[in-house]
Design a binder for this molecule. Structure first.
Ligand code: SAM
Length: 272
């Protein structure tokens, strides 16, 4: 089955997933969450040894996600498709959105069975949100999924979130999949992307990090250059301040603009 949707144990995940680290659970461990296993915590420790600021980056990224959702709500967006949503943790999209708009709709997509099972539990009594296990490399299956069709109105703007996840998807899959997803969005929709960059100090750790993630459920972990990251936005128009360090969106560069150890950039594009 190559639909990439809706069943546990697809791909590498049918290995015993408590002994093999996953990108979702490593991130949860970095954020101090408790939905991870010893193997994930061990991988997070190795990652921190290579990139000491990884935990800080994860928190800055999570804070960007919050600001991106607030921005889209301000712009009138009432429905969200959060792909690579991760294990539910502080500041989930449905919490941010439904606090302001009770019936804001949210579809969470993740490849990780633990992330999806846990999200499903949290959302059991939430009529306006759902979690689906799917692989972003198969956008047709995502767009055709019953939960997506039930909750997302194709006549109204959608907020597409691809936050800290595209660096886990190789070029040949990532570019066409994002293009397909953007093509499916109604006019007035927005896309938020954050992404690891390969032009910084963290680059020195590149090989070690790629090697670490090769042992997880994702096959790659590659930073991309800013221009490679901008390509994902297609012909959407980047809203100010454009593509900036994740902690600088939307305020723009602060102080002397030194990013410190930051290696994640972000932008939001609007589809006309
Ligand atoms: N978006 C959340 C955030 O920024 O806080 C979580 C980011 S976490 C670093 C990356 C997530 O992407 C993980 O939960 C992982 O399982 C998911 N992921 C990786 N490859 C994926 C794919 N091909 N399709 C769907 N999800 C994927």
């Amino acid at each position: 089955d190559h639909s990439g949707v809706g069943f546990l144990g697809m791909g590498n995940a049918d290995a015993d997933y408590s002994s093999r680290p996953s990108s979702a659970r490593i991130y949860d461990a970095l954020l101090g969450g408790n939905h991870n296993f010893a193997a994930d915590r061990e991988a997070a420790k190795r990652l921190l040894a290579m990139i000491p600021a990884a935990g800080e980056m994860a928190r800055a990224n999570r804070a960007f996600l919050n600001r991106a959702v607030q921005f889209m709500l301000d712009a009138g967006v009432r429905q969200f498709l959060d792909i690579g949503s991760g294990i539910p943790t502080v500041g989930n999209v449905h919490e941010i959105a439904q606090r302001r708009v009770e019936d804001a709709r949210v579809v969470y997509i993740d490849i990780d069975p633990v992330a999806v099972a846990h999200a499903g539990e949290i959302l059991r009594d939430n009529r306006f949100a759902t979690a689906v296990q799917a692989d972003m490399r198969f956008p047709e299956a995502i767009l055709a999924h019953a939960g997506v069709r039930r909750l997302l109105d194709q006549q109204e703007p959608i907020g597409l979130l691809l936050v800290a996840m595209l660096h886990f998807v190789p070029d040949d899959d990532a570019y066409p999949a994002v293009e397909r997803l953007l093509a499916s969005l109604p006019p007035g929709s927005y896309v938020a992307i954050s992404h690891g960059v390969s032009e910084t100090a963290a680059d020195a750790a590149g090989d070690g990090v790629a090697d670490l993630y090769r042992r997880t459920d994702v096959s790659t972990a590659t930073g991309r250059t800013r221009s490679q990251i901008k390509r994902f936005f297609g012909d959407t128009e980047l809203v100010p301040p454009g593509l900036v360090w994740v902690h600088e969106w939307p305020a723009g560069p602060q102080g002397d603009g030194d990013p410190g150890d930051m290696a994640v950039v972000a932008a939001i594009g609007r589809k006309s």
